[in-house]
Design a protein around this ligand. Structure first.
Ligand SMILES: [Fe+2]
Length: 320
């Protein structure tokens, strides 16, 4: 799917960029709507990035989508502080719609072959995620009227980890793609399959390792996947791989402003995605509420390369 870009004028309270490929006239049915929020980095003890969560809650109360999916890094430092996971869970339970989440590196750690924070995914970390948040992999069928869309959530920390759950998750993916019964599929991940170049074999903490990337992309291509929706890089991006859209969501938590032209900054701003499926087209809009602040954490991350080393900063007021 080529990613056509149409700029629409959103409601006065927000900015909205609309992305999608129109292949036929839209159905008259109300589309299925999925909000993708990402990289919330919530914590009660290290509450550096909580400013946008109450705004997001208000947005969801006004919108009531069919489902909300957090594409990972719900928590500030889940691998070492399970209480961040339980706090993030409580924050999500205040949402006014059903929600799901996939685990991020700041929730369960990283695959050993692509680790930068010495927080490798292991049984203890996986158990904490499952206790406080939910399953590591899941399938969720959205159905309304004649509309049907299969959503699949996966843990990218397992991919290339060698952990026994890696094979279990792989078998699950292949099974739920095979039995989709004609439904189109939207896959949620934390790490994107690739960043700039799908053929780049360099090991990086920014995306999946090459062999796991190829395995997953090939599974998705033959399994009716329309789009892969990821997070992690704290910026909106749209790519295409052999007919599938590969999209990353902006974060709600913070941005890292790189050296570069001002024109490169806009995709970095905080926001969230609104996916819609009308039976024909799967599209997404970038929503940037006026009350979302784009905190720039790069003064800290340029020195420490991670936000997990920020000092404690207790939450000053109830968040939800
Ligand atoms: Fe991440």
């Amino acid at each position: 799917m080529a990613a056509n870009h149409l700029l629409l004028h959103g409601p006065a309270s927000r900015q909205s960029d609309f992305w999608g490929l129109t292949v036929a006239s839209a159905s008259s049915q109300r589309p299925l709507e999925i909000v993708q929020v990402s990289d919330t980095h919530l914590s009660q003890s290290h509450a550096w990035f909580t400013a946008n969560w109450p705004v997001f809650l208000d947005e969801m109360r006004a919108q009531t989508p069919d489902l909300i999916v957090n594409s990972g890094d719900l928590s500030f430092n889940g691998p070492d502080n399970p209480e961040d996971l339980s706090f993030a869970r409580a924050a999500h339970d205040a949402l006014p719609a059903p929600w799901r989440a996939v685990a991020g590196n700041h929730d369960v750690g990283e695959a050993p072959g692509a680790s930068r924070l010495n927080q490798q995914v292991d049984d203890r970390r996986l158990a904490a995620w499952r206790t406080h948040v939910g399953p590591s992999w899941w399938v969720h069928d959205l159905e309304r009227d004649s509309l049907g869309l299969r959503l699949i959530g996966l843990d990218t920390a397992l991919m290339g980890s060698g952990h026994p759950d890696e094979a279990r998750q792989a078998a699950f993916v292949e099974a739920v793609l095979a039995d989709r019964a004609g439904r189109p599929v939207l896959v949620f991940l934390h790490l994107p399959p690739f960043t700039a170049d799908p053929e780049d074999r360099a090991i990086t903490t920014q995306c999946l390792m090459f062999d796991r990337r190829r395995w997953l992309l090939n599974c998705c291509r033959t399994g009716g996947v329309l789009a892969i929706a990821a997070g992690h890089i704290h910026r909106h991006s749209v790519a295409e791989w052999d007919g599938m859209a590969v999209v990353t969501a902006p974060a709600t938590s913070f941005v890292n402003v790189p050296d570069g032209p001002v024109s490169a900054m806009r995709p970095l701003r905080t926001g969230y995605l609104l996916w819609s499926y009308d039976g024909i087209n799967l599209r997404h809009s970038v929503i940037r509420p006026r009350l979302f602040l784009s905190t720039d954490a790069s003064n800290w991350t340029e020195a420490d390369r991670t936000t997990t080393t920020l000092p404690p900063r207790p939450l000053a007021a109830a968040l939800f």
